[in-house]
Design a binder for this molecule. Structure first.
Ligand code: BTN
Length: 274
């Protein structure tokens, strides 16, 4: 366990104790600042460091999001004693699932189930609260020899903030959990996430489909996809593909390169999820 240069009390030891029976060479590392926890673990993997690790950064200078976007953690320099505006961490581990499809949904589901019943998932893995994004997940993999190493990055807004130029400010966990802070959120999320990933490795996404539907923000809503498809969201299939009822029939969307946006409010149909 390493916590170099940080004065915040992180639950590194408790997480290590909970996770190391599942992942014997697991370690937890907390750094005050880094470019990006995902970038760092991908760099390490390519250099042959393939042990399971949880890397937490109090601040990222070049956080990355899906589809080549930036990820801003909010705030500038953090004064001593001030709460962190967000929780940013990456979990890196060698992974050998029979089928990788649905991993991002399984990760999102684990995060929301660990935090609050009001949190929803926007396919494939954004966490939303009251129709605004609250957290994002970026999954990357590196193949090193025979090993496939997965880096699962999570960025989660803790404090509400105004972002200039955004009509809809992002949501924050404190809106539903007023006493929440980044270390407490990490303590709630980290060990269940490792367990969920290990389960996914052997069982895949199919057993999680019904639970995903209970948190599915898009279910029964009209949506538009970045590849031009429009239609009504009808949940996901057993592999985690998004099902969209269009004028020309049911379409399955599997590509992580596609982004989707709801264009209607929740409908009565959303109460009847499979
Ligand atoms: C998205 O919504 O586009 C995904 C955002 C993922 C952000 C997290 S913060 C920790 C990890 N490090 C990064 O650079 N990105 C992920």
């Amino acid at each position: 366990m390493k916590g170099l240069g940080t004065i915040i009390q992180w639950p590194a030891e408790a997480i290590w104790e909970a996770v190391s029976p599942l992942l014997p060479t697991f370690s937890v590392e907390v750094v005050p600042e880094i470019d990006s926890t995902n970038t760092e673990l991908m760099r390490r993997a390519r250099a042959g460091q393939l042990e399971p690790v949880l890397l937490v950064a109090e601040r990222q200078s070049a956080g990355r999001g899906r589809l080549g976007r930036n990820w801003s953690s909010g705030g500038g320099a953090i004064e001593a004693g001030e709460p962190l505006p967000s929780l940013t961490f990456s979990l890196g581990l060698p992974l050998t699932p029979l089928d990788w499809s649905g991993l991002s949904l399984a990760v999102g589901l684990s995060v929301v189930e660990s935090l609050h019943p009001a949190l929803q998932l926007k396919w494939p893995n954004d966490v939303w609260l009251q129709d605004r994004k609250m957290a994002g997940i970026l999954i990357e993999t590196a193949s090193v020899g025979e090993v496939r190493y997965a880096v699962i990055g999570v960025g989660l807004n803790i404090l509400p903030r105004d972002i200039q130029g955004l009509s809809m400010p992002p949501a924050a966990l404190r809106e539903v959990l007023p006493d929440m802070d980044a270390p407490t959120a990490l303590a709630r999320v980290a060990a269940p996430l490792v367990s969920a990933i290990r389960r996914f490795e052997t069982e895949g996404f199919a057993p999680l489909r019904a639970a995903f539907h209970t948190r599915d923000l898009l279910y029964g809503r009209e949506l538009v996809c970045s590849d031009g498809i429009t239609g009504m969201a009808r949940g996901v299939d057993a592999s985690g593909a998004l099902l969209v009822h269009t004028d020309t029939g049911l379409k399955k969307i599997t590509s992580a390169e596609v982004s989707v946006r709801p264009i209607s409010a929740p409908s009565a149909l959303s109460a009847h999820r499979p």
